[in-house]
Design a protein around this ligand. Structure first.
Ligand code: SAM
Length: 379
């Protein structure tokens, strides 16, 4: 069973108190552009920035518990510094949510900065940025306290400008010491070199570890596995797991915040690994994967002595079902690979009028007429 989002737990508490919509007396909370205003309000109450109170006049704008806009709520988020707060009766505050959260066994998420010194300054900046973005990600699904950063030093704190250090759980101690402090003796280490894929059976652990690693020059291969080894030496049981897209890590976004988001989508949105990856995959990563996949489908032609590598145009539709590619990405990859795309029926026709031959051990469809080349309209 998947875990609930913070907004779901918050909504359940509201329902128990007979509240089916909330307004807000704050201009900033929830963010008016937010995709999940209830989550925004829940986070703000949990972080003790305000409370839910019964107010005098119904609000003009309100949100139902699914986050849809509505109006006329008698209960609203009221910031703690509001001068009206004393006039209202408070119905829900931070402790009420905390008490509820304690009943659920939410895992901790740890970003391990053990390899910090192996990074260039540019990479360190990226690590710091991705950690700050991870803080945003965890608050979109759960809440910030669940994110912990270990092996932290002053340089990281300085570079992590976007990270509210005072709110985030940053530790100078090692991950092993942190785990011991928390009484955790078994973890899932997200490791692209693991043997096994991450699966639902792994969701019972108390901590997930992501390497605080950015590898711009390809100089840190296998560094995540080293994190696991150090933990094992300290007596922690490590289950190494990878995230793959149709059996391959190629095309899986590898930024720290993206890995965290994929895990959260599987964990709290009950999405399959593939769905979770597709939600965060950028076209550039999809193109990498396409570059690896398309050659598997290429048919070799030798037309009037000229070599052509041809793929079916229909492959675009097939690949766009599991890769975030647009038609222009497909065309770009075809160009890079120097491939030609032909409609399936034209490709079959071309094969029909060709002869199959082995040339240097590789199968080629050979065609010896100038006219036939014209069939290939985009060659
Ligand atoms: C940029 S990756 C670093 C990978 C590093 N070069 C290595 O070979 O171990 C940053 C972190 O994201 C996580 N990660 C990235 N891709 C992953 C994948 N496909 N499966 C599991 N974890 C992944 C790992 O925790 C990793 O430490």
């Amino acid at each position: 069973m998947s875990m609930k989002k913070l907004s779901e737990i918050f909504s359940e508490i509201l329902i128990k108190r007979g509240i089916d919509k909330v307004g807000s007396l704050s201009k900033r909370i929830p963010n008016r552009e937010s995709k999940n205003p209830i989550q925004d309000i829940a986070i703000a109450v949990l972080e003790n920035k305000g409370v839910i109170a019964e107010i005098g006049n119904p609000t003009a704008l309100a949100w139902d518990l699914r986050g849809n806009k509505t109006k006329g709520a008698k209960f609203a988020f009221v910031p703690l510094n509001s001068k009206y707060l004393s006039k209202f009766s408070i119905v829900l505050k931070s402790e009420d949510i905390m008490r509820e959260l304690e009943k659920h066994n939410y895992p901790l998420f740890i970003i391990d900065l053990m390899h910090w010194e192996k990074h260039t300054l540019k990479e360190k900046r990226k690590v710091a940025l991705q950690v700050a973005q991870s803080y945003g990600v965890i608050r979109d699904y759960l809440w910030g306290d669940l994110l912990n950063v270990t092996w932290v030093n002053e340089e990281f704190k300085k570079l992590a400008g976007g990270l509210p250090i005072e709110r985030v759980s940053v530790y100078e101690i090692s991950t092993a010491d942190f785990l011991k402090k928390e009484g955790i003796d078994e973890v899932i280490l997200l490791d692209p070199r693991a043997e096994e894929d991450l699966s639902r059976e792994d969701f019972n652990v108390k901590a997930f570890i992501i390497g605080g690693i950015v590898d711009m020059g390809g100089t840190k291969k296998g560094t995540t596995t080293q994190i696991g080894k150090i933990l094992e030496e300290s007596g922690i049981k490590v289950r190494r797991r990878k995230i793959t897209l149709r059996g391959d890590i190629f095309g899986v976004p590898d930024r720290i915040n993206h890995i965290l988001e994929i895990v959260l989508k599987m964990l709290v949105e009950d999405k399959s690994m593939e769905e979770a990856i597709l939600d965060v995959q950028a076209p550039i990563q999809a193109r990498w994967r396409l570059r690896k996949e398309l050659p598997k489908h290429a048919v070799r032609f030798l037309i009037d002595g000229k070599k052509f590598l041809v793929v079916e145009k229909e492959l675009y539709k097939e690949f766009s079902e599991w890769l975030n590619i647009r038609w222009e990405d497909f065309v770009q990859v075809l160009r890079e690979l120097n491939f030609v795309a032909l409609e399936r029926k034209r490709l079959h026709h071309l094969k029909k009028i060709s002869t199959f031959r082995l040339i240097n051990g590789k199968g080629h469809w050979v065609l010896l007429t100038k006219r036939a080349a014209l069939l290939c309209y985009n060659c």
